[in-house]
Design a protein around this ligand. Structure first.
Ligand SMILES: [Fe+2]
Ligand SMILES: [Fe+2]
Length: 262
């Protein structure tokens, strides 16, 4: 994994969020849109506000591996970027006249789920949220007729697309070490958890989605398409990593045989 490139990316990009200027205009959205949208964005704001302490702890597991050198630093910067999203979203909730949340049930479930198994699962649960966030911020960008929401969603959408690439690079190297049946099982549970989560999020945010002219069923469908796109790219990366690992193993074995011949 090219952790140095990610460290460089996060170091530069997160600063842009902290200094992102939002248009200085009052909210002109009708009440029927403003209220549900503020409540919906407040839920995402809470979701982005975690300290990531357990994820950091899990990241130590791969620290001794040569191909993940620097991953811990990249994870620290990644978490800082998510927190910068939380601050940016808090500014937008204020602009919409909404109230920030301290607790929300879907967020609590997500946080508990994320730390049940291991690093791969923690990253997968995060990734599930980010795949849904990609569709959510894309919907806000296209549908919310407000310059502040537009600016925020454009920036976070760009960041989240990079986050998807970051998680894909990590997972492709890890999943490549699984057996074929292990990979198949991993894919099945990932798809199932994503589908259930997309259904719950579509229902939970139905008022805001409808106010923006998107049905919860359509939102869910778009989320499932996003998963399929991601999974097919992940599988390509896994194949590339797996063939690279096979080449290394056969190279080592070949070198060993040559030494035995001497
Ligand atoms: Fe985020
Ligand atoms: Fe993210």
């Amino acid at each position: 994994m090219n952790t140095q490139a990610w460290i460089h990316h996060f170091e530069i990009n997160t600063r842009l969020n902290d200094h992102l200027e939002l248009p200085d205009v009052p909210c002109a959205l009708p009440e029927s849109v403003r209220g549900p949208l503020a409540a919906s964005i407040a839920t995402f704001q809470l979701g982005e506000s975690g300290t990531g302490s357990r994820l950091r702890r899990y990241a130590r597991e791969v620290a001794p591996l040569e191909n993940f050198r620097g991953y811990q630093r990249a994870i620290d910067l990644f978490i800082a970027e998510e927190q910068s999203h939380s601050q940016l979203l808090a500014r937008v909730v204020g602009h919409l006249g909404g109230t920030l949340l301290t607790k929300q049930w879907t967020n609590s479930v997500f946080r508990r789920l994320r730390f049940l198994v291991n690093l791969e699962f923690a990253v997968q649960v995060l990734l599930t949220a980010e795949l849904i966030a990609e569709v959510y911020y894309g919907t806000l960008y296209l549908r919310a007729d407000d310059p502040v929401v537009h600016r925020m969603s454009q920036k976070i959408l760009r960041d989240e697309m990079k986050h998807l690439a970051f998680q894909r690079e990590f997972l492709s190297e890890r999943v490549a070490t699984f057996s074929p049946i292990g990979r198949w099982l991993w894919r099945c549970q990932f798809q199932a958890i994503h589908a259930v989560t997309a259904t719950v999020v579509a229902w939970d945010h139905r008022l805001a989605l409808r106010a923006l002219g998107v049905s919860p069923a359509d939102f869910r469908r778009r989320c499932l398409h996003a998963w399929e796109r991601f999974q097919s790219r992940l599988e390509q990366s896994v194949e590339t990593c797996a063939s690279g690992q096979t080449a290394i193993v056969s190279g080592v074995a070949g070198a060993g045989l040559q030494r035995m011949d001497r």
